[in-house]
Design a protein around this ligand. Structure first.
Ligand code: HEC
Length: 122
């Protein structure tokens, strides 16, 4: 394999890695973790429950992105109301990808489910 193709592969790996982390950064930036956690119910449903309801298709991601911008509390009877997020659709899609896919791949450390170790970013 030439040096160039190794470089190209490395670039692709890096770009896809940072893309998957972008949703998590937005999740922290917008304080979603005040009400949500990947595997645990807080004020809002766990991302696991949400992923189980909608699945992980592209269509599901778009649906969930729209629900982040414009929540529909009647989808989750018994919960409080989620505030609407006036954010660009591209950000909502990255958040939806984190909610449905990437958050579910994180390791669960007992007692540390809500903490976001910065070491995971790098
Ligand atoms: C103040 C608390 C609060 C914050 C902050 C919050 N949520 Fe929610 N979220 C809720 C509650 C409560 C529900 C269930 C009731 C509802 O949908 O209104 C919910 C529901 C959801 C759903 C399911 C929507 C549906 O209709 O099935 C998704 C996805 C979601 N939140 C993602 C997010 C993301 C991403 C953020 C950050 C940008 C966020 N939430 C911030 C409280 C919150």
């Amino acid at each position: 394999m030439s040096h160039i193709s190794i470089l190209i592969l490395l670039t692709i790996a890096l770009v896809s890695f940072s893309y998957s982390e972008e949703g998590k950064k937005l999740y922290v930036k917008y304080n979603c973790n005040a009400c949500h956690a990947p595997f645990e119910r807080k004020t809002g449903p766990s991302f696991k429950e949400i992923a189980q309801r909608y699945g992980t298709s592209k269509k599901a991601m778009e649906k969930v992105a729209k629900l982040i911008i414009n929540p529909n509390p009647s989808n989750w009877p018994g919960f409080a109301y989620m505030p609407p997020y006036n954010i660009p659709f591209e950000e909502a899609i990255k958040l939806a990808e984190y909610v449905l896919i990437h958050s579910q791949k994180e390791k669960v450390e007992k007692g540390h489910q809500n903490s976001i170790p910065s070491s995971e970013f790098f």
